[in-house]
Ligand binder design. Structure first.
Ligand code: FAD
Length: 501
């Protein structure tokens, strides 16, 4: 009999069962384990727990007699119930903890990772080739495009340029409440979802397992078929507008032209190469402009891939980095996703989106939630844990570089060249969130001082010594000297304490 193969809950697409080099044996029986301890250890968003369980159970139903699907307290218990100490193959898991577990188990062969473009060894060689110099995402992205022939014409970038960011930083169209693009794909629930919801209710009631957020109708794909439908709908009907308004935010249109594919990619339902290939085909067929297609390709072949590689490359202690010495605890209203307790319209709107859907696009994550945490000096490990638990697409590998590095600058600049934070003027320019707000983006002192504007200056002041040595921040730091009311700004900021802004 072929050696059984273990599928983790984020290895659900057909490419994780493709036999052949680096894959499981042909026709290998499959083991899947639903470990309850995962939900006891952390308080996840309920919509996320629902999505992951629904996706695993749908996959098991598809595999039929080929799979042994067990519910157990831990993975070890699940293995005891299925294969005992017998031999087993598994693809390289996506977290360090899971890799430690499978590596320590007798009889387990760890196969190469799937669901990403670049093997770890190739990335290591590329990174080491930089001779200790700072790694740049842009260099990596071009290297991936060349290596995989993505959006290339021979040796040259197709469409004439590697980077179309210049065309992709538009504020939202003036006066528009929505972008007016066709709605994204949304799945229809099945009886599996009903069963999952029933189980989650029971776990809450009888086992004291706690969740956060609302578990409304499932919004994200749980099967390969649904994920492909979402990809095709995005490419055919929504990709065209992706580029220009990538960074813009509209309160009444949280999704805009974003693809909503992150949870499907991270569950392993889609492979990154098929996503970028579909977008490239749309451009070659004249159905989507190059700036939108390049912008989307950059997100997947550039950012997603880079983040995955850095998770492994930066090493175990990256998780604990806290270069800015931030130790404040996350306040209750943030932990509880209590949007109604928040006065600042931008934060209230974003927190409500997280509460209701477990998703926002990248600018609310970076420039609202993350930026606020950074300005308030919240503990980066706790911020990372919050993002991991509260977002449907959150996993350890994607959280560490994105939150510790990009959003909280806790790595002191290994991931990004500067901290990503701003005053209210940026929020005002890139969104329609400031209009109805009780605060004014231009005010840095007084009752109507915008928490982001006061917070920005207070942040620069607190870290002046470190940031003035950073060429990308030096001018901003010099701006502090032109503030005649800096003392008042700092008093305004400190008066806020930890209460909701
Ligand atoms: P689109 O805007 O349509 O982008 C297309 C795809 O690109 C995404 O589906 C995603 O797979 C990929 N992508 C783009 N940027 C990144 C990135 N920085 N890291 C990884 N993938 C990227 N992404 C996650 O998948 N999981 C997370 O938990 C997550 N947490 C984040 C936390 C912070 C603080 C920040 C700043 C970003 C985070 N991101 C995360 C990246 C990005 O915000 C989401 O991938 C994106 O918003 C998902 O929505 P979408 O599928 O519509 O993306």
């Amino acid at each position: 009999m072929a050696t059984p193969h273990w599928l983790f809950g984020d290895q659900l697409g057909p490419h994780f069962l493709a036999a052949g080099e680096g894959g499981p044996e042909h026709g290998a029986p499959v083991v899947m384990i639903e470990a309850r301890s995962v939900f006891r250890r952390r308080r996840f968003h309920r919509a996320k727990a629902h999505l992951v369980l629904s996706a695993m159970r749908h996959r098991a139903a598809e595999l039929g007699d080929r799979v042994r699907y067990v519910q157990a307290e831990t993975y070890r218990e699940g293995l005891r119930k299925t294969v005992g100490d017998g031999p087993l193959t598994v693809h390289h898991p996506t977290s360090r903890a899971a890799l430690r577990l499978v590596s320590a188990l007798p009889g387990v062969t760890v196969l190469p990772a799937r669901g990403f473009l670049v093997p770890h060894g190739d990335f290591g060689a590329w990174a080491d080739g930089h001779g200790g110099q700072r790694l740049l995402q842009e260099d990596f992205y071009r290297w991936v495009r060349r290596g995989h022939g993505i959006l290339m014409d021979g040796d040259a970038p197709a469409g004439g340029r590697w980077n179309h960011d210049h065309d992709n930083r538009e504020p939202p169209p003036k006066g528009a409440r929505t972008l007016g693009v066709p709605a994204p794909y949304r799945p229809r629930e099945s009886e599996v979802d009903e069963e999952v919801r029933h189980d989650l209710d029971r776990w809450e009631r009888e086992e004291g397992i706690r969740f956060v957020g609302r578990d409304g109708p499932r919004l994200f794909p749980a099967t390969r078929r649904e994920a492909l439908a979402a990809l095709h709908r995005f490419v055919e009907r929504r990709l065209t507008g992706f580029g220009p308004y990538e960074d813009a935010v509209l309160a009444a249109d949280p999704v805009m032209s974003h693809s909503l594919l992150s949870s499907s990619l991270n569950l392993g339902l889609l492979d990154p190469l098929e996503c970028v290939a579909a977008a490239e085909s749309a451009w070659r067929a004249g159905a989507a402009p190059v700036n939108s297609v390049e912008g989307f390709v950059r997100q997947i072949a550039g950012w997603r891939e880079y983040v995955w590689q850095l998770y492994w490359y930066f090493g175990e202690d990256y998780r604990g980095r806290n270069a800015l010495g931030h130790h404040a605890p996350l306040p209750e209203w943030f932990l509880e996703l209590d949007a109604d307790a928040v006065t600042a319209h931008c934060l209230a709107t974003t927190l409500a989106q997280v509460r209701d859907t477990g998703w926002t696009h990248h600018i609310p994550r970076l420039m609202l939630l993350g930026s606020h945490a950074l300005q308030r000096g919240w503990d980066p490990a706790a911020v990372t844990d919050w993002f991991h638990r509260c977002f449907v697409d959150g996993y350890d590998w994607v959280m560490l570089p994105n939150v510790v590095g990009m959003s909280q600058y806790a790595d002191g600049g290994r991931m990004t060249t500067k901290p990503y934070t701003s005053g209210g003027a940026y929020v005002h320019r890139m969104s329609d969130l400031c209009g109805p707000c009780a605060y004014r983006p231009t005010d840095r002192v007084g009752d109507r001082a915008c928490p982001f504007t006061a917070g920005y200056w207070a942040f620069l002041h607190r870290h002046r010594a470190r940031l003035s040595g950073n060429p990308r921040m030096a001018r901003a730091v010099q701006g502090l000297d032109r503030l005649s009311d800096l003392d008042e700004v700092l008093r305004t900021e400190s008066r806020r304490g930890d209460g909701p802004p």
